[in-house]
Design a protein. Structure first.
Length: 502
């Protein structure tokens, strides 16, 4: 019964006119961002982060959460209609979704994607509501040593589950950790690595790095690519799937929801890995695997359900342990710290209205997204015809205003521009920016807990091994490293990320 009381509190918060408005705004922005190829939730949330300064904490987080799972919906629209994934996890949707569109079933494909997303999002939100409180109770057993070990496991998991080169992912994490050390040392009060620049004494703001690496560099990389518009967008057709399509899609939706709910909790997992894993699973267990890639409803519905479930359950480590599992959750940590809210298990007891209001808003947001997406397909189709060269300058102006409003300092704009150019170079070198952002956010927290653990143990490094929970977490991190180092696992990992998208 206690769960229902908590949910009643959450819905009373989420149904306030102000929070409903910001949930709707987040869902619309998220869908819009998902529809536009080349953008994604990370640069958008990074751009809009300064707005949360002037919003109440609950309203700000509800809006940012709506943007995050709204991109999962919107990304499927452009993937199905024009074969361009508007968001990374929508890459898998192009394989069968666009083929359904080419076969004259674009409307049915969009409806199946929306139905799968809504079901998965609703179930995953129930998973958060059910499992977050007991996990938060466990989190109270954590001391500095356990938190350091958990963050180590999170960073190792982010490296292992990152697509592309392991060596490059490790390099980006290490660089992020080093950038996190810039600024004034909390314990001694001495400025470190600031090169005599006063603006760096408070450290490098992660929102500036995120806007440069994900916002500016994404625009630069997209401007160099030729636009590829297809005329299928004009032939949406009926929005009602037939009985055969529903029969084939329903089991895939259930499997995708279960798979995404589990994988979303993993550090570095989230929606991208969930979508690829679901497509691989559906193809393996299908009696007709040759139909995949030619417009099979299961190849669309499974990954769409998985990526939405993964997006929702990635909030669990953030809300219960204060550990961001991916780049978007790292930005959510920043949004909470802006309002002096320390993410972790104490949020549930010290800010129950925020915790349960955010969870309740996810149900409301999922319903809003279904209601919004199907009627607005015509508008999204028209939007896809707007040339990128018109859209991107407007985005850069918006980014610049957002950066300046952080500290009203021109220096921040220059730093963002530098990270934009550096981020573009990383893009050309196929280095992911997400591990860097995780390292930047987790670095100061890891250092603080590491030093606190050593102070409590009087300099004994054995404290990380002597404490069972800490030793278990470090053992899991070491096991992940050993497993991924095996040649057969490394080869399978590469195929999981590359083969299906090829």
């Amino acid at each position: 019964m206690e769960l229902w009381d908590h949910l009643a509190l959450g819905f009373s918060v989420a149904f306030s006119p102000e929070n409903l408005l910001y949930a709707l705004l987040g869902c619309i922005l998220g869908t819009l961002v998902g529809v536009l190829p080349g953008l994604g939730p990370v640069p958008t949330i990074a751009m809009l982060l300064p707005i949360t300064y002037v919003l109440p904490p609950i309203a700000g987080l509800i809006m940012l959460a709506g943007i995050y799972y709204g991109t999962q919906y919107g990304g499927s629209t452009t993937a199905i209609l024009v074969n361009l994934p508007g968001e990374t996890s929508a890459v898998v949707t192009t394989l069968d979704g666009h083929q359904m569109a080419r076969n004259g079933r674009a409307g049915a494909a969009l409806a199946l994607a929306a139905m799968g997303s809504f079901f998965a999002g609703s179930v995953a939100t129930m998973v958060i509501a059910a499992f977050a409180p007991p996990l938060a109770e466990v989190a109270f057993l954590f001391g500095p040593a356990e938190y350091f070990s958990l963050m180590t496991l999170g960073l190792v998991g982010a490296v292992v589950l990152a697509s592309g080169s392991l060596l490059k992912a490790i390099a980006m994490i290490v660089l992020g950790l080093l950038l996190g050390m810039v600024g004034t040392d909390v314990n001694s009060g001495v400025a470190r690595y600031d090169f005599g620049i006063p603006e760096l004494q408070d450290g490098i703001n992660f929102a500036i790095v995120a806007m440069g690496v994900f916002g500016f560099s994404e625009i630069l990389s997209n401007l160099e690519q030729k636009e590829n518009r297809v005329s299928i967008a004009d032939k949406v057709g009926s929005l009602y799937p037939n009985r055969q399509e529903l029969r084939e899609a329903a089991p895939a939706i259930l499997r995708g929801t279960a798979l995404g709910s589990c994988l979303g909790i993993l550090p570095g997992g989230g929606s991208v890995l969930s979508a690829f894993a679901s497509y691989t699973l559906e193809k393996k267990i299908s009696k007709n695997p040759e139909r995949f890639g030619k417009g099979h409803p299961a190849g669309l519905a499974g990954p769409e359900s998985a990526n939405n479930a993964g997006a929702q359950t990635s909030f669990i480590p953030l809300l219960t342990l204060g550990i961001p599992g991916n780049a978007v959750m790292a930005l959510m940590v920043g949004a909470m710290t802006i309002h002096n809210i320390q993410p972790g298990p104490q949020v549930m007891s010290s800010h129950p209205d925020l915790f349960w209001g955010l969870i309740a808003s996810m149900w409301i947001g999922n319903l809003m997204l279904v209601v919004l997406n199907l009627p607005l397909i015509g508008i999204w189709v028209k939007l896809l015809r707007v040339p990128y060269r018109v859209l991107f300058p407007a985005i850069i102006i918006f980014c610049t205003i957002g950066v300046y409003s952080l500290n009203y300092n021109v220096f921040d704009i220059l730093v963002t521009a530098v990270f934009g150019v550096v981020g573009y170079v990383w893009y050309k070198l196929k280095c992911e920016g997400a591990p860097l952002l995780l390292g930047l956010v987790l670095g100061p927290m890891m250092e603080e807990n590491f030093r606190r653990a050593l102070l409590l143990s009087r300099g004994d490094f054995g404290t990380f091994i002597d404490r069972p929970l800490s030793a278990g977490l470090l053992g899991a991190a070491a096991a992940l490293v050993l497993i991924v180092a095996l040649p057969s696992i490394r080869r399978t990992r590469s195929e999981a990320f590359v083969e299906e998208a090829g």
